[in-house]
Design a protein around this ligand. Structure first.
Ligand SMILES: C[C@@H]1N[C@@H](C(=O)NCc2ccccc2)[C@H](O)[C@@H]1O
Length: 449
């Protein structure tokens, strides 16, 4: 390995209580809200085919007209208590809110910028009431902050001249001031979710990103910050030039998930997911594939089974209400979580060989292993191969815990569980009580006929 001044400063995952809490939460709600919700992916009768929150970059969008949208920001139906209750009923344990996206518009009345809600007809702080409402409902809040800031005169994607570098130097001070301001105004937030850190200006200034992260941890110890903030002095991002993860968890899983446990290299990680194919901010027309609640539940289960967190994104309308499809997904996911949340919260990698019917999840630190059946076999028979020295002592679904399922012992450490019924409308969860011992079931279950 090479000597790095601004590479990873820690080897292995964080072991403090704050990080243990983060990895116990498992299900998060992402909210992308801002001026981009006003056009909602359309402009003067034309449809923008990109992600709605990027519409300012569309060649058909006059940037000055976009920048003046703040004069229309007036979410008269914004009710943060409703938002928080809805998220609680979905089973989300943390929420990530866009304080400032790439367009630079601030949802809080920053004293370092005039391009904020304070200049809009709404006038009031959006972030404060949201943090309070979510915290009151037992949901932790993380602040999304874009380093890219298309509105700020000193931001540069790639400084070319000495004047550019002087301007970008001012911009870095502005970024540090706004982050300090957010921590001062909203002291209960648990961390930052940084974005927009792929441009040369940021990538080639690993020292600043390192110093910034250390500054934030100094003024607010315990903050949880993912790998997307940092670059090392060679321009390596997420993983430093020695291949070590920078930050507190791998934050590169955007609209994609790891396939198998080897893909996560033992790191804490989080996947963030859109319900349509690629829309984060409100888009009036959702084209392409819209994920069902069952698809999102399976992604949540897969993430948990691979010891990661899963965050589902929502893009409220400019008036502060949510579109029907998003309300439906939150309700359907919430119904499943009410019955099966025990398999998700504090869930992690079970260490069992994955089978076709779905996913194993181990309740962290226990011998309780959940089987989440997403693919019901036509036979109704679920093969359960346990690791050596592990015995199955009990099985029952979370829906009917009193109804034990008697496994059929078929061979060394292998059982079949038969499902009474085969028509399920959502993934079914079976809790296995296992014990590690001599590797046989002590005659508890009769041998296969
Ligand atoms: C969380 C999402 N990140 C923003 C974005 O620009 N993503 C583009 C991107 C996709 C994959 C790697 C880096 C950057 C999107 O607008 C959302 O805010």
């Amino acid at each position: 390995s090479i000597t790095l001044q601004h590479g990873a400063h820690r080897i292995g995952n964080r072991t403090d209580a704050g990080m243990a809490r983060w990895r116990s939460l498992r299900l998060g709600q992402f909210i992308h809200w801002g001026l981009y919700a006003i056009p909602g992916g359309e402009w003067k009768g034309k449809t923008y085919n990109g992600a709605a929150e990027w519409i300012r970059s569309w060649k058909e969008m006059p940037q000055a007209e976009y920048d003046n949208l703040y004069k229309q920001f007036n979410p008269v139906n914004y009710q943060p208590e409703q938002w928080a209750l809805q998220a609680k009923n979905m089973g989300a344990k943390y929420m990530i809110i866009t304080t400032k996206h790439h367009d630079g518009f601030c949802l809080w009345p920053s004293k370092y910028s005039r391009y904020t809600v304070a200049s809009s007809p709404w006038k009031k702080d959006i972030i404060g009431p949201m943090v309070d409402a979510y915290n009151k409902n037992g949901i932790d809040v993380y602040l999304y902050f874009s380093i890219i800031d298309w509105n700020h005169p000193d931001w540069r994607a790639s400084p070319k001249t000495p004047a550019d570098s002087i301007a970008y130097g001012r911009f870095k001070v502005f970024v540090k001031n706004q982050l300090q301001e957010l921590l001062t105004k909203y002291p209960t937030i648990k961390g930052f979710w940084f974005d927009g850190t792929w441009d040369d200006s940021w990538k080639n200034d690993g020292a600043f990103s390192d110093e910034l992260e250390q500054y934030l941890q100094k003024i607010h110890p315990g903050l949880i910050i993912g790998s997307r903030l940092r670059a090392d002095e060679k321009g390596a991002r997420h993983f430093d030039s020695n291949g070590r993860l920078m930050g507190d968890y791998e934050q590169g899983w955007e609209r994609k998930l790891p396939e198998k446990i080897a893909d996560i290299h033992g790191n804490d990680w989080e996947g963030v997911m859109t319900i349509p194919e690629n829309q984060w901010g409100y888009n009036a027309r959702w084209a392409g594939h819209i994920k069902s609640a069952n698809e999102l539940i399976e992604m949540l289960v897969k993430s948990t089974s691979l010891a990661g967190n899963f965050v589902i994104n929502f893009g409220p309308k400019s008036d502060g209400t949510f579109r029907t499809e998003e309300v439906q997904r939150m309700q359907e996911i919430g119904q499943w979580m009410k019955v099966n949340g025990a398999a998700i919260y504090n869930g992690g990698y079970a260490g069992f060989e994955k089978q076709d019917w779905g996913y194993y999840i181990r309740k962290n630190g226990t011998d309780s292993v959940f089987m989440v059946v997403c693919n019901v076999p036509v036979s109704g028979d679920l093969r359960v191969k346990l690791p050596q020295q592990t015995t199955l002592t009990h099985a029952a679904t979370l829906e009917n815990p009193a109804q034990a399922i008697t496994p059929e012992v078929t061979g060394k450490n292998e059982y079949f569980l038969r499902l009474e019924t085969k028509n399920f409308h959502t993934p079914v969860v079976i809790l296995l009580q296992t014990s590690r011992n001599t590797g046989n079931d002590n005659g508890r279950f009769e041998k296969a006929k």
